[in-house]
Design a protein around this ligand. Structure first.
Ligand code: AMP
Length: 136
């Protein structure tokens, strides 16, 4: 299904382009949480991370630190979050894989995180490990 990001990749919708290579495009988020908030996307139209090809995943892995360094240099902000949402329940709004690079210049700007940690139960961990390893 075509998304707004497919249209940006195709050049049908403009963007503030930060970076482009054969497999990756990065551009400024239209509703930034802080100055420099950048989206890094594969050109492959996969909706969720687990559906991405290895080639696109490798290209994203190469591009992300490079773009993060450039955002740090441009904003002067060394603190930042990388966020990647999958599915609406996890706050995904555009169903094309994307990584947010979000500078955190101060308490008021950037990503705010609600984090309510539990406690890892040993028996539950062993059960989960067996299932996850079997699925790899
Ligand atoms: P997510 O909730 O992870 O799916 O985030 C989608 C992001 O895409 C949001 O931060 C939007 O502000 C951003 N966005 C949506 N449309 C555009 C656009 N045309 N150009 C740049 N960013 C966009």
């Amino acid at each position: 299904m075509a998304t707004i990001f497919s249209k940006i990749i195709a050049g049908e919708i403009p963007c503030h382009k930060v970076y482009e290579d054969e497999r990756v495009l990065a551009f400024l988020d239209i509703s930034p949480l802080s100055p420099g908030h950048t989206l890094v996307i594969p050109k492959e139209p996969a909706p969720y991370l687990e559906e991405l090809s290895e080639d696109s995943a490798a290209a994203l892995g190469r591009a992300l630190p490079k773009i993060a360094r450039a955002v740090i240099a441009a904003t002067g902000c060394k603190a930042y979050n990388v966020l990647q949402n999958n599915r609406a329940e996890a706050h995904q709004a555009v169903f094309h894989v994307h990584f947010h690079i979000i500078p955190k210049p101060n308490e008021d700007e950037g990503l705010e995180i609600g984090w309510s940690p539990g406690r890892l139960d040993d028996a539950a961990a062993k059960g989960l490990l067996a299932k996850i390893r079997a699925a790899l």
